[in-house]
Unconditional design. Structure first.
Length: 333
């Protein structure tokens, strides 16, 4: 699950009320972004796609928020699904039409909207307003795993209910935990702790996530596995294949390997990977799937390669166009 700060879009025709909540938002580590309702389908999609939740400040008189959500519903927009929406209004009864459309769109209305006070207190944050924002943040965090499947490039995974997508630097915390979990066995088998995956800091992981094409498998906010690849000259280097211990032996690793190799950049002629010299099960798998050892290199490391063969394109999270597929596996790169 991504660890980036939550982003709450404030849908309003008057931003002063939302600005009064800026202090509380800062305490919660939440980014409040004013956004006016829009009639453009492209603008609506972009608006929803960048948000983790919505705070609707309903002004006195007419506002086209309900109309905007209705148009999004008619267009079949999926970017709104599994995101909470809270209401600050002058009359909570006025929220009902908007709540009905929001629910149909997949938004999750909060249970207790806050009435906007009148008079001088109108432009200060009330206890009720803060309570709405606090609940919005809690619900947004709780719904975050369900939003994984609605992200651009998300594809159904091999485990029921799972999905895959390209990992980004925002996923560094989950990737770091997965690495520490999975590479301990490699360290024991090869009698060495000189394995980069066991020592990388969060910043180290963020940097390579920005450079490598890395696919992650998610279920309910948990990172179940990953594989990364990148082009080096005419080779596609695969590595960091990882599967959580409780799912090993169920074909998840093999599925990730096919996915990782299918992401090979156009023009690559072979897949290259390496593993520990004492990782005998890994080496046996590589050989059984067509890999052959390269010339001896670094002590304690076995490098293998296999020629790429073209096949019909298959969808890979985060990529389009030419793709190749074969089974590959690496616990090294």
């Amino acid at each position: 699950m991504s660890t980036r700060p939550l982003r709450v879009l404030v849908l309003t025709c008057n931003t002063r009320r939302a600005e009064a909540l800026a202090g509380r938002a800062a305490q919660l580590g939440v980014e409040l972004v004013p956004a006016r309702p829009t009639s453009s389908a492209v603008d609506r999609s972009a608006l929803a796609g960048t948000a983790d939740g919505f705070l609707a400040v309903m002004p006195e008189g007419y506002c086209d928020l309900t109309a905007m959500l209705q148009r999004a519903l008619d267009d079949g927009d999926r970017e709104w699904a599994w995101k909470p929406i809270g209401f600050l209004s002058h009359d909570t009864r006025a929220n009902q039409p908007t709540e009905q459309v929001a629910t149909a769109l997949g938004l999750v209305p909060l249970r207790a909207p806050a009435a906007i006070p009148t008079g001088e207190a109108r432009h200060s944050s009330s206890t009720a307003d803060i309570a709405v924002l606090d609940e919005l943040v809690r619900v947004a965090h709780a719904l975050r795993p369900l939003r994984e499947r609605t992200q651009p490039g998300s594809v159904t995974g091999p485990v029921p209910g799972s999905c895959t997508r390209r990992l980004t630097p925002d996923d560094a915390a989950e990737v770091t935990v997965l690495q520490r979990c999975c590479w301990v066995e490699e360290a024991i088998a090869n009698d060495t702790l000189a394995i980069p995956a066991l020592h990388e800091s969060l910043d180290d992981v963020r940097r390579w996530l920005a450079d490598w094409h890395t696919t992650g498998l998610w279920l309910d906010g948990r990172l179940l596995g990953m594989v990364r690849g990148r082009r080096v000259d005419a080779d596609w280097h695969l590595g960091r294949l990882a599967v959580v211990p409780d799912l090993r032996g169920h074909g998840v690793g093999r599925w990730l390997l096919r996915t990782g190799e299918a992401a090979a950049a156009p023009g690559c002629r072979r897949v290259v990977l390496f593993t520990g010299a004492q990782s005998l099960a890994n080496i046996a798998l590589y050989r059984s799937t067509g890999y052959r050892a390269l010339e001896a290199g670094e002590p304690g490391i076995v490098s293998l390669a296999k020629a790429l063969r073209h096949h019909l394109p298959a969808h890979v999270p985060g990529r389009t166009g030419h793709q190749d597929a074969h089974v590959a596996r690496s616990h090294g790169q």
